[in-house]
Design a protein around this ligand. Structure first.
Ligand code: AMP
Ligand code: GLY
Length: 434
């Protein structure tokens, strides 16, 4: 029996390029009713009405959802999930895409995830958890180098040091316990260095069922040729050539399925999207870390390739009926180039004006997602580190790359910059015919 689609009113939480891409995909749904966003951004407000909410005020979010008859709340970023927004919405009887606070510990605590891996035999690097300097330093004795030192909690991607030798590892341990990452560093995880090619892998989970939802590769370093400091991600493409059908099947079986089963067994089922940061090693896929939300900018390329309606998929996750969902992706490749403001990943310059967005957006196969912009009347100003995600799809990564950079070159924003080599690894593979 097929259900008659009824319109669903949606509230989207978040303000980045990831949420603009989700808003763009949701807006294409024939099932979308009224659409609200908080905090939102100028790109998101092309489709959604500003909800004017403080998303940290959970009772206010619940009251808004009741007043507007919201049928689905989609939570984009990790911070509200770790803060328990999904719990409070579910307790009020609302359908939510995003895990409860207890399940969000998969991202909120690296030690939590490592212990889960140990308990359920999920492949990951050997590790130790420490709350004091002396024990942490003692663990280094006899370990092979490099070794990885991580702040346990949320550190906006900055709490990881790959230490070449014991001295560097000890310095990283000291920095953590001296408060370099605030409360996130009050516990330290020390981990075996994994060698291989990284991939971002996504699986939707409704607490019980898990379904693969695409893979991507991003570029974490700020500079061309993967040089310079780490960032939140300077660009991404999908599919990830390293994630063959066989590797996806293995990842689902060895990593995702035991995670979902383990979380259910512990009484904290995971409902939302599991983002596994993988290292594809000579031994197979190993888990580097989990995130409990879509990647940013990986989401942008997934949404460009998704060929089924996003709204019923997210609703199926929220309602625990993922097995009924229809999920398909185009065989096209998608690629996104992040345009960032001068100064990023340090302090970005704000308030500079961006021109040429409409012309760039009009190119075939191109969508421009706003990540850190603000309206000033009719003008669009930069208002963050990562500011725009210039995204394109085409039949090959090389063609998607050419389209994205053609659009980048039409954007007039002298105070912005981007990497010129996003997708280099996949393009080289395509050229080599592999
Ligand atoms: P994370 O914040 O945990 O994603 O770590 C940031 C980056 O550090 C990852 O994307 C990897 O490139 C690298 N990294 C983290 N843990 C490891 C590991 N055990 N072995 C090798 N590289 C790692
Ligand atoms: N692009 C990596 C992340 O969203 O964490």
């Amino acid at each position: 029996m097929t259900e008659t689609p009824i319109e669903t009113n949606v509230l989207l939480i978040g303000s980045g390029g990831r949420e603009h891409a989700l808003a763009w995909a949701l807006a294409a749904s024939p099932q979308l009713g009224d659409f609200y966003a908080a905090p939102g951004n100028p790109g998101i407000f092309d489709y959604a009405v500003p909800a004017n909410l403080d998303t940290a005020d959970h009772p206010a979010v619940v009251a808004f959802c009741r007043e507007k008859a919201i049928g689905l709340v989609v939570i984009g970023p990790e911070a509200p999930l770790v803060a328990g927004l999904a719990d409070d919405l579910r307790a009020a009887g609302l359908a939510v895409f995003g895990p409860d606070k207890a399940a969000a510990q998969l991202e909120g605590s690296k030690g939590f995830t490592k212990d889960l891996c140990a308990e359920f035999h999920i492949p990951t690097g050997a590790y130790g958890r420490f709350t004091g300097t002396a024990a942490a330093k003692a663990y280094l004795a006899g370990k092979s180098m490099p070794i990885v030192v991580k702040a346990d909690g949320l550190a906006a991607g900055k709490g990881v040091v790959i230490a070449a030798d014991v001295a560097e590892a000890e310095a990283a341990i000291d920095a953590c316990f001296e408060g370099a990452f605030g409360a996130a560093g009050s516990e330290v995880v020390i981990e075996e260095f994994l060698d291989g090619e990284e991939a971002s892998f996504f699986a939707l989970c409704d607490g019980d069922t898990a379904i693969a939802f695409g893979a991507a590769q991003d570029h974490k370093r700020v500079g061309d040729g993967d040089t310079g400091p780490n960032t939140g991600g300077m660009g991404a493409y999908s599919p990830a050539p390293v994630m063959t059908d066989a590797m996806i099947e293995r990842t689902m079986r060895e990593i995702i399925a035991p995670t979902v089963a383990g979380m259910k067994k512990r009484g904290t089922p995971f409902k939302g999207v599991l983002f596994a940061g993988l290292m594809i090693t000579a031994k197979g896929p190993q888990l580097i870390e989990y995130n409990v939300r879509f990647g940013d900018p990986e989401c942008q390329v997934l949404m460009m390739r998704l060929s089924s309606d996003l709204l019923p998929i997210l609703l199926a996750v929220a309602r625990g009926r993922l097995a009924d969902a229809e999920i398909s992706f185009s065989s096209d490749a998608a690629l996104t180039v992040v345009m960032a403001a001068e100064g990023y990943p340090g302090t970005p310059r704000k308030g500079t004006e961006i021109h040429g967005l409409e012309t760039a957006q009009s190119l075939e196969g191109v969508e421009i997602f706003h990540a850190g912009t603000v309206h000033d009347g009719e003008r669009i100003l930069a208002n963050g580190g990562r500011v725009l995600n210039v995204t394109a799809h085409a039949s090959s990564v090389a063609e998607a790359q050419a389209r994205a950079y053609a659009a980048v070159d039409l954007i007039r924003w002298p105070e912005g910059f981007c990497r010129r080599d996003i997708g280099w690894r996949a393009v080289a593979r395509e050229r080599a015919g592999r």
